[in-house]
Design a protein around this ligand. Structure first.
Ligand SMILES: [Zn+2]
Length: 248
C-alpha cells in the first residue's frame, strides 16, 4: 500500500498532492494499535451538529465508481484519513472528491450507514457476513476510523459467541493485512486458545497460516489460569482501539 503524508504536515504546501491511507498494514508497520491523532474512537459519541451542516464531498468507490455524497465534517470527525485528505492543498480537498477504486461497495455502504447512525447493520436485522465484517474492521484500520473498528469488533465478538464458531477462513487475509498487535488477531487467537476444543480446532486446521500458528502457540504459553473453555474476565474495551485513557 502507498505511504501517506501526515495530513497536518502538508497543510501549508502549495503543491496539489494526493493523499493515501497511512497505517497499520504489515508492510507499513506501526506496532501500537492506538488511533491516529483526532478521530473519535467511541462509537457512541455524537458528532457536533456542525458536522451535519458542513459542505458535501464525493467519494467514488469500487471499479464501478459508485458515488457517495457525504458531509465533509462527518468524515473528518470519524476518520483521520479523510481529515487529512480534505485539508489544505491536497488534490482531494480542492476537488471535494476522493476515489477509492480498491474498496468494496458493500463495505462502504456499511461505513456510510455508520457515519449517519453510529450503528452497524448487524446491530439490527441485517446480518453481515464474516468476510464483510472483517473487511469493515480492515477498512477502519486502513482509513483510520477507530470507532468503526470498535463497533465491528463488538459485532464480531457477538457473532462468534452466538454462532459458536471462529471465522478461520478469514485468517490468511487478516494476517496479511494486520500487525501482530492487532486486536482483531488477538481476539481470534485468544478465543481459539480459551474456548475451542482440540477437535474443533482440527476441523479447520488448514486455515491457519504458519505465522498465525506460531502466534497461537505463544498465546497458549501466555494463557491466564482459568477453568477449561472459560475466557478470562476482560473489560469492555480490551479489544478496542482507543487513545491512552479513553474508553467507550
Ligand atoms: Zn472501547
Amino acid at each position: 500500500m502507498a505511504n501517506p503524508t501526515p495530513p497536518e504536515s502538508v497543510a501549508t504546501s502549495t503543491a496539489s498532492k494526493s493523499s493515501t491511507p497511512n497505517r497499520n498494514t504489515a508492510s507499513n508497520a506501526q506496532i501500537s494499535p492506538k488511533p491516529a491523532a483526532g478521530a473519535v474512537s467511541n462509537p457512541h459519541k455524537v458528532p457536533p451538529r456542525a458536522c451535519y451542516l458542513s459542505t458535501h464531498v464525493k467519494i467514488e468507490v469500487g471499479s464501478k465508481k459508485k458515488i457517495y455524497v457525504i458531509h465533509k465534517d462527518l468524515l473528518r470527525f470519524y476518520s483521520d484519513y479523510f481529515r487529512g485528505a480534505f485539508s489544505g492543498s491536497f488534490k482531494e480537498a480542492i476537488e471535494g472528491k476522493v476515489s477509492l477504486p480498491e474498496e468494496r461497495e458493500a463495505v462502504f455502504d456499511i461505513f456510510t450507514q455508520f457515519l449517519y447512525s453510529r450503528l452497524l447493520a448487524d446491530d439490527r436485522d441485517e446480518k453481515i457476513s464474516w468476510a464483510t465484517l472483517v473487511d469493515v474492521w480492515l477498512f477502519g484500520d486502513k482509513y483510520l476510523v477507530p470507532s468503526l473498528q470498535n463497533s465491528a469488533m463488538d459485532s464480531l465478538i457477538k457473532k462468534i459467541e452466538v454462532d459458536h464458531s471462529v471465522p478461520t477462513h478469514q485468517i490468511k487475509k487478516i494476517w496479511e493485512k494486520t500487525l501482530p498487535s492487532s486486536p482483531l488477531r488477538r481476539y481470534l487467537l485468544e478465543h481459539t486458545a480459551y474456548r475451542l476444543s482440540a477437535s474443533s480446532f482440527q476441523m479447520f486446521e488448514n486455515h491457519w497460516t504458519r505465522e498465525a500458528l506460531v502466534e497461537l502457540v505463544k498465546t497458549f504459553f501466555d494463557k491466564e489460569d482459568t477453568k477449561k473453555y472459560v475466557f478470562p474476565a476482560r473489560e469492555k474495551c480490551y479489544y478496542h482501539i482507543h487513545k491512552e485513557g479513553e474508553k467507550c
